[in-house]
Design a protein around this ligand. Structure first.
Ligand SMILES: CC(C)(COP(=O)(O)OP(=O)(O)OC[C@H]1O[C@@H](n2cnc3c(N)ncnc32)[C@H](O)[C@@H]1OP(=O)(O)O)[C@@H](O)C(=O)NCCC(=O)NCCS
Length: 359
């Protein structure tokens, strides 16, 4: 049997930080409310587009695997904030990397996009369609955010991560997964104004209305991730005790705590980085996974469980068996262009440009 082993990993977080106190300078909110309700302290705001973040993350993943861009057969780009719909974003990454042998596709399942991309690429390797793939979860939400809406503006940030996976005879990579969607609840997490339905309806691009029913999403998130985890464990005849580390989608610390309680997880076995980045949608789970590897939380040959959920309402859960190498083969020195503005200045510029568009 062929597996799809994870051989390389990388992330790219834009340098500009937007703190809770920064948000409180233009929204009726405060650090205490955001910290106690969500666990978030700060998030990143990107000065470049999402393909650029993805490209840097891919360079790092290739270096960690000791591979050249020409070795890549497939690029799957998971996101909700593609720079353009045609041509797709994966082809932009192919061009930036010089990965001229790669097929290129975009996947959008909102916050679960990185994980659905991992399933897509893994399945294509297991079935023999390709031998290797770069899997991307990346998001630049800040330009489309409704910065006047405190219900959502405090929750999100920008970032990217990538995995390099390749065919292997060893039992590694994604061993089991469950995917699903609560389509009947799709309207409780919606961004109106973002998509072709709104074209030629005198709406400025980026002038979006974020229609989120926070408490309803909260309940569905816990239910979807718990259901996904149970199904995924059952497929391997595992219990939660067989899992070495849980790396959940990071949308709210209280959602993660509720999930941990429901599955009787030991808190020390749950990886948390929400305080640093907030929710980066498609990038969240993969950035957390990459950081868990970098911080030595993923042991050789260990089992990692990654539950996620997002708009749709899509949900997923993956059990990954890591290989025996948890340190990168090489380091890439590719970096983002420098950013001279603070996170707050970048956001102020977005707010100003939206106002002038609407004049
Ligand atoms: C959004 C969320 C943090 C709100 O937490 P909550 O405990 O449910 O808070 P509530 O909705 O009860 O709001 C409590 C109060 O805080 C207010 N509030 C909302 N955002 C606020 C902010 N940023 N700062 C201060 N007060 C805020 C509300 O207006 C409400 O005021 P009221 O009691 O006077 O009506 C939480 O529901 C959540 O994380 N939901 C899921 C988020 C999500 O959709 N993530 C993306 C999915 S991938």
């Amino acid at each position: 049997m062929t597996y799809a082993a994870i051989k390389g990993w990388g992330k790219c977080l834009p340098p500009a930080i937007l703190s809770n106190d920064d948000l409180a300078t233009f929204l009726e909110t405060n650090d205490e409310w955001i910290t106690s309700r969500t666990g978030m302290k700060e998030r990143r705001i990107s000065h470049v587009d999402v393909s650029q973040l993805a490209y840097v993350a891919c360079e790092k993943a290739l270096a960690a695997a000791g591979k050249d861009a020409k070795d890549v057969d497939l690029i799957v780009f998971g996101s909700t904030t593609f720079d353009e719909l045609c041509p797709n974003a994966a082809s932009n990454v192919q061009q930036l990397l010089g990965a001229s042998n790669a097929a290129c596709m975009d996947v959008n399942t909102a916050c679960t996009s990185g994980m659905y991309s991992l399933t897509t690429a893994t399945a294509m390797i297991k079935s023999g369609v390709v031998k290797s793939a770069l899997v991307i979860g990346a998001e630049v939400i800040s330009p489309i955010m409704d910065w006047n809406n405190r219900d959502v503006a405090v929750l999100f940030g920008d970032g990217a991560a990538a995995l390099y996976i390749e065919a292997s005879d060893e039992s590694e990579g994604v061993l089991s997964e469950s995917l699903g969607c609560f389509g009947e609840s799709r309207d409780i997490l919606a961004v109106q104004g973002w998509g072709m339905k709104y074209a030629n309806k005198s709406r400025v691009l980026g002038d979006s209305t974020w229609a989120f029913l926070g408490q309803e999403i909260f309940k569905k998130a816990v239910a979807g991730m718990a259901q996904g985890c149970m199904k995924t464990l059952e497929k391997l005849n595992f219990t939660a005790q067989d899992i070495d580390l849980v790396v959940p989608h990071q949308a709210n610390l209280r959602i993660i705590d509720s999930l941990a309680k429901k599955l009787s997880l030991n808190k020390d076995d749950v990886f948390i980085n929400i305080q640093r980045y907030g929710n980066m949608s498609a990038a969240t789970a993969l950035v957390a996974f990459v950081e868990a590897i970098e911080e030595g939380r993923v042991s050789p040959n260990s089992h990692v469980l990654i539950p996620a959920f997002g708009g749709g309402l899509t949900w997923s859960a993956h059990i990954i068996k890591f290989g025996d190498r948890t340190s990168p083969k090489n380091q890439s020195n590719v970096e983002l262009p420098p950013c001279s503005l603070s996170g707050l200045e970048l956001v102020q510029n977005i707010i100003k440009s939206k106002k002038s568009d609407n004049l």
